[in-house]
Design a binder for this molecule. Structure first.
Ligand SMILES: [Zn+2]
Length: 255
């Protein structure tokens, strides 16, 4: 971050080009999919242009808009910029937004499966539960309106039958989050295919959050832990029989 608006703009252009390349090289977007933006000094937004593959951006191809998406130079911004603008409007702390179609995480979003299990420590600590925003038609106002209720409480969202969006105080953190949710979704998919998903316990999650090894802003990850009480898994009948056995034993009867 520099104080000179001109230099800051140049720095951000270079960073967005690099993020686009990362999205493309990691297979998180195909064709011209996805879009990346960042806040410029003076209440403006720097965004990727419409219809350009993200692996082949050049700094001069980026578009500057105001906070309502009106072009202030550099051509036409992506129609999905509306999602980014909604996030900037609701989160003053956010300076960068990344939208992509990561294949495995998007598969979860198509299957209606949020990333809501406490399984991967880094994701638990840095993002917490990643919910699914109900489907909204891309490039319309419907999608940002559907996202709105989730934006304050999360830094990463799956979009039903569409993709994912991550946002943060820096572009580096936003792209890291996008890569992390795809990585976690892949691991979780493999665990499901192997037939077993071992979640962390409440105690393990509490310890992780207290240590905070990733410098996270998440306070309550909200994901599902293992059942803390094995007794809770028993049926009423099983429990009744167990109590009866203990009572019989305490009275000196047969176990
Ligand atoms: Zn999209």
């Amino acid at each position: 971050m520099t104080n000179d608006p001109e230099l800051e703009g140049q720095r951000l252009r270079g960073e967005i080009v690099a993020v686009g390349r990362r999205l493309y090289e990691r297979g998180l977007v195909g064709g011209s999919e996805g879009n990346v933006s960042a806040r410029l000094p003076g209440g403006r937004i720097l965004a990727t242009p419409s219809g350009v593959p993200k692996g082949f951006l050049v700094p001069e191809s980026l578009v500057v808009t105001d906070l309502s998406g009106r072009s202030l130079g550099g051509g036409r911004a992506s129609s999905e910029l509306r999602m980014h603008l909604k996030i900037y409007a609701l989160r003053e702390d956010v300076t960068a937004v990344v939208h992509a179609h990561p294949p495995t995480a998007t598969g979860f979003a198509i299957a209606g499966r949020p990333l809501d299990e406490c399984v991967v420590p880094e994701v638990i600590a840095t993002l917490g539960l990643v919910p699914i925003v109900p489907y909204g038609t891309p490039s319309t106002d419907e999608l940002p309106e559907r996202m709105a209720p989730w934006i304050a409480g999360h830094d990463a969202l799956l979009l039903a039958n569409h993709g994912a969006v991550t946002y943060a105080s820096t572009l580096a953190r936003a792209i890291d989050a996008m890569e992390s949710i795809e990585q976690a979704a892949r691991s979780l998919l493999v665990a499901h295919l192997l037939g077993r998903v071992n979640r962390l316990s409440r105690g393990e999650v509490d310890r992780l959050m207290a240590l905070d090894p990733y410098g996270s802003r998440v306070r309550n990850p909200g994901c599902t832990v293992t059942d803390p009480e094995p007794l809770g898994n028993r049926t009423d009948d099983g429990l009744r029989e167990e109590v009866a056995r203990i009572v019989r034993q305490s009275l000196g009867g047969p176990a």
